[in-house]
Design a protein around this ligand. Structure first.
Ligand SMILES: NC(=O)c1ccc[n+]([C@@H]2O[C@H](COP(=O)([O-])OP(=O)(O)OC[C@H]3O[C@@H](n4cnc5c(N)ncnc54)[C@H](O)[C@@H]3O)[C@@H](O)[C@H]2O)c1
Ligand SMILES: O=C(O)C(=O)C[C@]1(C(=O)O)C=C[C@@H](O)C=C1
Length: 364
């Protein structure tokens, strides 16, 4: 693949673009919010200039409810030889696209896909080139999918160092209901208990609750789209969880009883759910392939003024350093913030020197 067009330059689109750029692919970036595409370009994910002819692969990374419309528009304009989307649900977007009445020959250029990797954060600033490393990336070809398009999608997955998994779209949706969509709701429900909890209790939060609630920080609009496209399988699973919850509540109540036999029943009920949890947890596969990169942090003090981030990215680009991840901390009550630039350890000394030369104040 020589060229790609990423449509929707948020977390996933920009992460894929960064990985493709690292592998020498010319990447064009477009978003319905041009500021997002400009930011992605400033991060080194490609150019926000339009391609002057069809690219090899268009990657649609817009929210699920927009995917069919964006794909149909791009396919009608013939912007690429092949088209993939990365939406978290696969059956709905394909059916919506089919309903838009594209010719079969055009439809054969489309392949639905879904990288099983993400973050609770949105937007290009949360993107990283190694987001998909070692993670499953589902491809849902049909009998009509053009082989060239399947090969382009496999190349995308390989450039992102992910592991391709071929599945039927509806089987995919049932599987992700179990491993992603239902757990997301359960995480939100646990986190919701904290909303009005006493500060004295919340202050004690340790790693356990952080692990269980991390994904509850995700963008609700995105998740409304995802859950609306897969409500049946998620509802079925959540009703199984509700049954477990009911039995667990009963077991805990039995533990409060003064009757010893009842207390034994309660212990057995609790043990049952904990043991079944152990048995399920060991089935969670480890991350395949290589471990995620450990980046070095270069911390820069910035004034809270427009254009500061773009200037840092441009200075890093001039120094030939790829920024793999960025975090921004705003100092409370001050017109300043700390930007953490995460880079390959071997690139850190050159970046620090270049930034100092250009007058940036670095912090430990
Ligand atoms: N977040 C995750 O963990 C994750 C993981 C795998 C797949 N996905 C899927 O990837 C897609 C993108 O998710 P994200 O997390 O990157 O979201 P995001 O909010 O970070 O980015 C979405 C981008 O799409 C743009 N956009 C919205 N409507 C558009 C349109 N009509 N045309 C062009 N651009 C448009 C937005 O401006 C935004 O920049 C979704 O379909 C999602 O289901 C998300
Ligand atoms: O790890 C996260 O933060 C995610 O949100 C990742 C996650 C998941 O549930 O595994 C979320 C939705 C996507 O469709 C794929 C991946």
């Amino acid at each position: 693949m020589r060229s790609a067009l990423v449509i929707g330059t948020g977390l996933i689109g920009t992460s894929a673009a960064l990985a493709l750029v690292q592998r020498g692919v010319i990447v064009h970036l477009v978003d319905h919010d041009p500021e997002q595409a400009r930011t992605a370009a400033a991060l080194g994910a490609g150019t926000d200039e339009a391609p002057d002819g069809p690219v090899d692969l268009a990657i649609v990374a817009a929210p699920p409810a927009h995917v069919a419309g964006v794909l149909a528009d791009a396919m009608r304009r013939g912007v690429a030889r092949g088209y993939v989307d990365v939406a978290s649900v696969k059956g709905g977007p394909r059916r919506e696209l089919e309903a838009l009445g594209l010719d079969l020959s055009v439809m054969s250029r489309y392949l639905g896909s879904h990288p099983m990797s993400g973050r609770e954060k949105s937007g290009p600033l949360a993107a990283t080139a190694d987001l998909f490393e070692g993670r499953p990336w589902v491809l849902t070809p049909t009998r009509d999918t053009d082989t060239e398009v399947l090969n382009l999608a496999l190349e995308l997955v390989s450039h992102c160092r992910a592991v391709p998994v071929v599945m039927d779209a509806d089987a995919h949706d049932r599987a992700v209901a179990l491993v992603s969509h239902m757990p997301h709701l359960v995480s939100s429900m646990v986190a919701a208990r904290l909303e009005h909890a006493a500060e004295a209790a919340v202050r004690l939060c340790g790693q356990g609750i952080r692990d269980v609630t991390r994904i509850a920080a995700s963008d609700p609009r995105m998740w409304i789209d995802i859950l609306s496209a897969n409500p049946g399988p998620v509802a079925d699973l959540l009703s199984d969880v509700a049954a477990d919850l009911g039995e667990t509540v009963e077991a805990l109540r039995a533990l409060q009883s003064s009757d010893e036999a009842k207390r034994r029943e309660g212990t057995a009920g609790i043990e049952d759910v904990l043991r079944r949890g152990n048995a399920g947890q060991v089935r969670v596969p480890g991350k395949h392939g290589s471990a995620p990169h450990r980046y070095e942090n270069v911390v820069v003090l910035i004034d809270d003024q427009p254009g500061q981030l773009a200037r840092i990215f441009a200075d890093a680009g001039r120094a030939g350093v790829n920024i793999e991840d960025v975090r921004i901390e705003h100092a409370t009550g001050q017109q300043a913030g700390l930007v953490q630039l995460m880079v390959e350890p071997k690139a850190a000394p050159a970046l620090k020197e270049a930034l100092r030369e250009r007058g940036w104040a670095l912090r430990q």
